[in-house]
Design a binder for this molecule. Structure first.
Ligand SMILES: Cc1cc2nc3c(=O)[nH]c(=O)nc-3n(C[C@H](O)[C@H](O)[C@H](O)COP(=O)(O)OP(=O)(O)OC[C@H]3O[C@@H](n4cnc5c(N)ncnc54)[C@H](O)[C@@H]3O)c2cc1C
Length: 322
């Protein structure tokens, strides 16, 4: 275990916001946790958080270098929660097990990918996760969850609903020894690929053509969730905006494109202070250079209010404001 006092979190969040933590504790996957006083925050790679002020308590990180993934004979892969998800995907392809390719290049760690039920290009974490080992910080014991018990939803899970209670330590994935590409996402049908490695590369290239690379411009990826509305709301908007994209939502109702609404409201490429709306993708708020979390939140609120006023739709952030 390593402990740092009064340390900058700038390199621990992809927005690149320069705040300090009073204490930062880095623990190994199986290392006992020290007693934690409130407030504390479990952090992965910080790719879905916006820090709005210095963190007054302890930030707990799982050491990314602490352990390796393990491949079992039945294709189950057991990965430590601190491992970078994209490194795990490369690791699985090198060992001839498949199912994670479509999640390539999503920033962040294995543990957070379960908390957030990350998804891209037709696959969500819930489609491949079979078991989660988590430490209950309230009861101080380790609990194993089946995929059903994780209560996955759109960018959410049981773990997201109880912040601070669970430290995910290991994730089990049920993967296949035979590669069967998942091309259900429309854009993928047109992509040339034959092997899993080629599909992974195509997806990686596609992602970075639309998203700011964290090493160039800070962001948390999609800042807002796509809103889910009932049929009457969808029909009202469709009558006024026939070109508005919509899709049936798995949870019932219709999923609208938050990016389309923000773009249509004229926000693409606009900046407020040092925060901006990414010119290639209106769903992404980004750091134009040296921005604070407060500037991001001010821009997000202006966007949210404008979308509410124009379309009667309330956007909810996907990013976690700390
Ligand atoms: C450029 C860019 C593109 C992105 N694209 C996508 C995308 O396509 N799809 C998508 O779903 N997301 C996307 N994201 C969001 C982000 O990558 C995911 O939410 C990712 O899972 C965050 O991982 P992290 O390790 O950085 O988590 P963090 O941001 O550090 O933490 C996220 C949450 O998980 C909790 N947490 C982290 N680790 C643990 C743990 N071990 N145990 C318990 N709780 C934990 C934290 O407390 C926090 O609540 C994108 C982000 C960026 C910057």
């Amino acid at each position: 275990m390593k402990v740092y006092e009064n340390i900058s979190l700038k390199s621990h969040n992809t927005f690149g916001i320069d705040v300090k933590a009073r204490r930062l504790v880095v623990v190994g996957t199986d290392e006992p946790l020290p007693a934690l006083e409130e407030p504390y925050l479990i952090l992965g790679a910080g790719s879905d958080v916006v820090f709005t002020r210095d963190y007054p308590g302890t930030v707990v990180l799982l050491d990314p270098a602490a352990a390796d993934a393990v491949l079992q004979a039945d294709g189950t892969v057991v990965a430590p929660a601190g491992m970078v998800l994209d490194s795990l995907i490369q690791w699985t392809l090198e060992r001839g097990v498949y199912g994670l390719e479509n999640l390539s290049a999503i920033p962040g760690t294995v543990g957070a990918s379960v908390v957030q039920n990350v998804g891209a290009y037709g696959v969500e974490a819930k489609d491949v996760v079979s078991r989660v080992e988590a430490y209950d910080l309230r009861e101080r014991r380790t609990v194993a969850f089946s995929a059903d018990e994780c209560r996955f939803g759109y960018r959410t899970s049981l773990f997201k609903g109880e912040p601070g209670r669970w430290l995910i330590r290991r994730v089990h994935y049920r993967l296949a020894h035979t590669f069967e590409p998942n091309l259900t996402y429309r854009t993928l049908e047109a992509l040339p690929h034959a092997t899993a490695a080629e599909l992974r590369q195509s997806i990686t290239d596609l992602r970075w053509s639309k998203l700011p690379r964290p090493e160039e411009h800070g962001s948390a990826g999609s800042f807002f969730k796509n809103p889910v509305v009932d049929e009457s709301v969808c029909r009202r908007l469709k009558a006024e905006y026939p070109d508005m994209p919509e899709a049936h939502a798995a949870e019932g109702g219709y999923k609208l494109s938050a990016g389309w609404l923000i773009d249509r409201a004229g926000w693409k490429g606009r900046t407020m202070g040092r925060a901006g709306v990414w010119p290639q993708n209106a769903l992404v708020l980004y750091n134009t250079g040296g921005c604070t979390g407060a500037e991001v939140v001010t821009l997000a609120e202006a966007v949210r209010q404008d979308v509410q006023r124009r379309f009667g739709i309330g956007l909810e952030p996907e990013a976690i404001i700390v």
